[in-house]
Design a protein around this ligand. Structure first.
Ligand code: FES
Ligand code: FES
Length: 183
């Protein structure tokens, strides 16, 4: 039995302790926002937050996660109101979107350290592979998220076009994002 915390909830997995965290999250907890790309630690599609660090969940076993705190994209902001989610939607960063949850989780760790990152800091923190090549746009969106966090910008003039997550109606999603509320 392996015990740790996922998205603020205690979990117990009756699985081989050598099971990669990625598979426990996806198959046992149905947290499919965390993606499988390479399985070799190269692409970053599986990135989650463990105790405040961006970690490639295909490369850490559930045994090594015992007692730790894991956050996945599903819990970054249930109302899509995180500055990164606002900025990425407003800047239309995503093409296929497959790499996005891993990139956003890595970026959220970066922005907790500094909300005004340089290009070099972004490039050092975001080593994820995007096969669609959206790197220039994602750099701009991370900087915009930083400006939103600093109160110098808002994504309000650009409608968020993505579908809301399951369980949240479009109206609730709009209510949840202050910048999109009608005056
Ligand atoms: S699936 Fe984990 S780094 Fe690619
Ligand atoms: S947006 Fe398609 S892989 Fe990154």
């Amino acid at each position: 039995m392996t015990r740790f915390t996922v998205n603020d909830r205690p979990v117990q997995y009756r699985m081989d302790p050598e099971t990669p965290l990625l598979w426990a999250l996806r198959d046992a907890s149905n947290l499919t926002g965390t993606k499988y790309g390479c399985g070799t630690g190269d692409c970053g599609a599986c990135t989650v937050d463990i105790d405040g660090e961006a970690v490639r969940s295909c490369q850490v076993t559930i045994g090594k996660t015992e007692g730790r705190f894991v956050t996945t994209i599903e819990a970054l902001s249930p109302d899509r109101g995180h500055p990164l989610q606002q900025a990425f939607a407003a800047e239309n960063v995503s093409q296929c979107g497959y790499c996005m949850s891993g990139i956003i989780m890595a970026a959220s760790v970066l922005l907790r350290r500094t909300n005004d990152p340089t290009d070099a800091e972004i490039d050092a923190a975001i080593t994820n592979i995007c096969r669609c090549g959206v790197y220039p746009r994602l750099r701009g969106a991370i900087k915009r998220a930083g400006r939103i966090m600093r109160g110098e910008d808002q994504a309000g003039d650009d409608p968020i076009q993505a579908a809301p997550p399951p369980g949240i109606t479009p109206d609730e999603a709009v209510q949840a994002v202050p910048a999109l509320r009608k005056p």
